[in-house]
Design a protein around this ligand. Structure first.
Ligand code: NAP
Length: 389
């Protein structure tokens, strides 16, 4: 299916809207563009078929500098040409773009994202601040695309016109919930017990001091266990037209920082509502497949859960980039003597858990007609896209 075609979306019952017939890209701004997540967003926007990088913004420390001078670049690929000479702006909501990604530090993300939404910008956020808000979709397109139906109520509640906020989950929640979703659908889920081994890049830059993490494990990540115990409830729950209804899972998380650069590992034990054999569990995970409309989004992969047979996998060094970093890689599916099943999973914290997740969210929003062309930066004047059906 091409990006311009219209396809039914089974989950939400809506139709995908076509992208503009002239194929003109939406202009994207990146708030927090100098950070680890922001850099990934800048990199993913290079040659993106639907979006082009138009603006970068960060703190006063970076503002007014050329992006290439302000950023401490951490990726193995060079800074994209389109970004190098952009001038870094402050967080004033007057950027010349159609929507913004936010990779802002949580100390500033809450207020800044609201200001951008109020000024008419769709905000696609990585930050924790609005994730659990009663009218903000916490979105994984493969899991709960129907939660986008909350956007009109959010706009009404806050007096936003065309602006709104959509968030992606915490980096370790993202991989976990992708794996839980097919199991919840096929067997039903009762309890989940998870122990994480999380990479240092999950803490931003410079993150954990090298003397604290080299040859060491730190058994505490501030706020992480609370996020892992609450966000899956919302993600796997339902939007009933007025509110999000939690999934009602029993969830317990232990979160650890380990000396790995990229990739969060998670050891998971879970109990299912229906009796299932291990081969049925493996099959449910391997068969998890997104519909054609979702698979047509540029960052989507058809099978977001990859099951490996090798008993010593997944491993961060070998498997972190599976599915362009958008897959949750599962191994060691086996019987659990206390709950029903246990397994190990790995996902890329900066891609599936952050920038790639936000990109996929933005693509779904664009495909569903939530983005409009902004004709005059900083004002509410907009031109609606023609929508074909
Ligand atoms: P980071 O490397 O510390 O980057 C933070 C960004 O916020 C930088 O661009 C920084 O700009 C900007 N910033 C900080 N203080 C600011 C201020 N007062 N005003 C304006 N901008 C300010 O953090 P990160 O790892 O990229 O994470 C970014 C967000 O994504 C955080 O909310 C984090 O919790 C979330 N997240 C991170 C991950 C991950 O794996 N790292 C995963 C999921 C979600 P300057 O460079 O100018 O200081």
């Amino acid at each position: 299916m091409s990006a311009n075609s219209v396809a039914p979306n089974a989950e939400g019952g809506q139709q995908f809207r076509s992208l503009p017939p002239n194929g003109k890209k939406f202009k994207a701004g990146v708030l927090g563009a100098t950070g680890l997540v922001g850099q990934r967003l800048v990199s993913l926007l290079a040659n993106h078929p639907w979006f082009e990088l138009a603006e970068v913004a960060a703190s006063e420390r970076s503002a007014t500098k050329r992006y290439a001078d302000a950023v401490r670049w951490h990726l193995d690929v060079p800074i994209p040409e389109a970004a190098r000479n952009l001038t870094v702006k402050t967080l004033a909501p007057s950027l010349d773009c159609d929507f913004v990604f936010s990779g802002l530090d949580s100390s500033v993300a809450g207020a800044a994202e609201e200001e951008f939404a109020r000024a008419g910008y769709p905000v696609v956020s990585n930050s924790k601040n609005h994730r659990m808000a009663a009218d903000v979709p916490l979105l994984i397109p493969e899991v709960n695309a129907a939660h986008l139906d909350a956007i009109p109520l959010q706009q009404k509640n806050h007096g936003y016109s065309s602006g709104f906020i959509v968030t992606n989950p915490n980096c370790s929640t993202a991989g976990l919930v992708l794996v839980l979703k097919p199991l919840a659908d096929v067997f039903g889920l009762e309890k989940v017990f998870v122990v994480t081994m999380q990479a240092i890049s999950g803490a931003g830059y410079p993150g954990v001091a090298s003397m604290d993490i080299q040859g060491n494990v730190v058994p505490f990540i501030s706020g992480e266990e609370e996020k892992m115990e609450s966000e899956p409830q919302k993600l796997l729950g339902k939007w009933d037209g007025k509110r999000f209804i939690d999934a009602g899972l029993g969830l317990s998380a232990h979160c650890n920082r380990v000396p790995v650069v990229e990739g969060h590992m998670e050891c998971v034990s879970l109990s299912l509502k229906k009796v299932a054999s291990l081969s049925e569990v493996r099959e449910a995970l391997s068969n998890f497949e997104v519909d054609a409309a979702l698979a047509a989004l540029p960052s989507a992969i058809r099978h977001p859960v990859i099951v490996l047979d090798d008993e010593a996998r997944p491993q961060p060094r070998r498997d972190v980039n599976a599915g362009n970093g958008m897959a949750a890689v599962v191994g060691r599916v086996r019987a659990c003597p206390i709950l029903d099943v246990k397994l190990t999973l790995l996902s890329h914290n900066l891609v599936r858990g952050a920038a790639g997740a936000a990109m996929l969210n933005a693509e779904l929003l664009a495909a569903r007609g939530f983005f409009q062309r902004r004709v005059n930066a900083g004002r509410e004047e907009r031109v609606a896209e023609p929508v074909s059906s």
